[in-house]
Write a protein of this length. Structure first.
Ligand code: ZN
Length: 509
């Protein structure tokens, strides 16, 4: 526990689905948090990956006449390609078909068995092949999966079980002692109600397939895919085989998941960890669904747009910004082409982009691009507005209020654009005897841009870098730290700026 590593994870999506806007939404949120904490000077470990041992993978590969491993090996690069284009800065990528994962999963279940947390029993029940979980009869809607709307199958088999039911009190104690263990509040309340209603033991093995990780003591069984998948968060950081790594990184500080899998992560997952004698994560955050045209973009329905369609048009900075700003993190939200164009033009092209191009153009015209000396009082309330906004940004990020955090940053953009309108430096530039005043105004405006480049970096790393380059600051942007370097007065007079291409060209609707 030497270093205070900020360990953040996304869920690992089913590899046999296509990446879509919903999965991209989740990983952008993780990336914004990871980049933010790196800028706070904290060691960060950001994990994502792919869930590969599903029944659907075995079926899809059989249909194509190839092995499941060949099938997942074909699918994984599609995911990685999308994450690269979205500028996702994950530190590791775990595939559940990797040997490192299998070996450590086996260590984990072996530990459960040693601690008397596994028993053999018979299970029969309704099973949704898309959820890959047994359902409770009372959950079914007209005999169908309540999430997928498809008929359930009835499966009966000899399974090994995890005695989840005996963890009811300990879980309720956990939620009580750590009110932010499940976030947001609505998810927490759902989980509390669910656990108070009683828990059933969990079948943790399956027979009849060899696509999965064999139980170490009974290789007729593979480990239930959900247990296998949940353990990725522990196996990727060395559980059972690399204690120095595991001790340094564990436990996760934030586990970001979709709300439909909150029960797995907020009930089964901590119970498994408790049973193995491992610390539970600090926060499990179940975000909402991203809807287009009112239709839920579920990963299994496959109705979502491919992110490339939007990336090609809007660019990665605008894409990342839009989803984090538009939708309150934790709630469901809608997106549409029109709303993306509107926000791009209002917040980025007319807001931040116009601010940057006006200031850099005036520095070029009136000062040959050289940042002038600051002048006393010229900045008006900009320093205090910025100080307040940066503080609010930081506070919102600490509680994963990502949209509000960006709102705080755009308060700076709004104030700075009004500042220019009030000060009218373009008029002062033509008046004799007001050179110092003009210098003070443009210094203040340029200093505002410097701070903006720092605070937008977690959400728009590319645009932040371009703005930083245009400002001509020699110190590398990646060495800037929050909040210290986002305090007023850091821009050195004499810095040579250049007016480059617009940061965010306007888009036609
Ligand atoms: Zn289902």
């Amino acid at each position: 526990m030497g270093e205070d590593v900020y360990y953040i994870t996304s869920a690992i999506p089913y590899v046999n689905a296509e990446p879509h806007v919903g999965t991209a939404y989740e990983i952008i949120a993780c990336d914004m948090l990871a980049r933010h904490h790196r800028m706070k000077g904290r060691p960060v470990h950001f994990l994502t990956g792919t869930d590969e041992h599903s029944l659907n993978v075995a079926r899809a590969s059989a249909e194509r006449g190839i092995s499941p491993q060949e099938w997942v090996d074909e699918m994984v690069p599609k995911w990685i390609e999308v994450w690269r284009r979205l500028e996702i800065s994950n530190d590791d990528f775990i595939r559940t078909s990797e040997p490192r994962h299998a070996e450590r999963v086996q260590r984990f279940v072996e530990r459960l068995r040693e601690r008397d947390e596994v028993y053999l029993g018979i299970y029969r029940g309704p099973y949704c092949p898309s959820c890959e979980e047994f359902k409770q009869e009372k959950e079914l809607v007209d005999g169908n999966c309540p999430i997928h709307g498809i008929p359930v199958e009835y499966l009966e088999e000899e399974n090994y079980f995890f005695p989840l039911s005996k963890y009811q009190d300990r879980l309720l104690e956990l939620y009580k002692e750590r009110p932010t263990f499940v976030m947001p509040e609505t998810r927490r309340n759902e989980i509390l109600a669910f656990v108070r209603g009683g828990l059933q033991d969990l079948s943790i093995s399956r027979t009849g397939t060899d696509w999965g990780i064999p139980l170490p003591w009974d290789d007729r069984h593979v480990i239930y895919v959900w247990v296998d998948a949940l353990l990725n968060y522990a196996t990727a950081v060395g559980f059972g085989t690399d204690d120095p790594l595991f001790d340094r990184v564990w436990p996760p500080n934030a586990q970001i998941i979709g709300k439909d899998i909150t029960r797995f992560h907020a009930v089964i997952w901590p119970a498994l960890l408790m049973a193995a004698g491992v610390d539970v994560p600090k926060v499990v955050f179940g975000h909402g669904f991203v809807n287009v045209g009112g239709e839920k973009m579920s990963k299994s329905k496959g109705t979502g747009s491919h992110p490339f369609e939007l990336l090609d048009h809007f660019g990665v900075d605008s894409y990342r910004y839009y989803f984090m700003r538009e939708i309150q993190f934790g709630q469901d939200g809608n997106y549409s082409w029109e709303s993306m164009v509107d926000r791009h033009n209002a917040d980025l092209a007319n807001g931040l982009g116009n601010l940057a191009s006006r200031v850099l153009a005036m520095l070029g015209s009136y000062f040959d691009g050289i940042v002038p000396e600051p002048a006393a009082d010229a900045a008006d309330d900009l320093p205090t507005v910025i100080e307040d906004a940066v503080r609010r940004y930081d506070e919102h990020m600490a509680v994963l209020a990502l949209s509000q955090a960006l709102g705080a940053v755009w308060d700076i953009v709004g104030r700075a654009n009004r500042y220019l309108v009030e000060k009218e430096p373009w008029k002062i530039a033509g008046e004799e005897g007001r050179r110092d005043e003009l210098a003070g105004i443009l210094y203040a405006a340029a200093e505002t841009l410097r701070i903006l480049a720092i605070v937008i970096r977690p959400i728009m790393p590319g645009a932040a870098g371009r703005l930083w380059d245009q400002l001509g600051i020699e110190l590398p942007l990646e060495d800037q730290r929050l909040p210290g370097d986002a305090t007023w007065g850091g821009l050195a007079a004499g810095t040579t700026t250049t007016k480059g291409d617009p940061l965010f060209p306007r888009l036609d609707s």
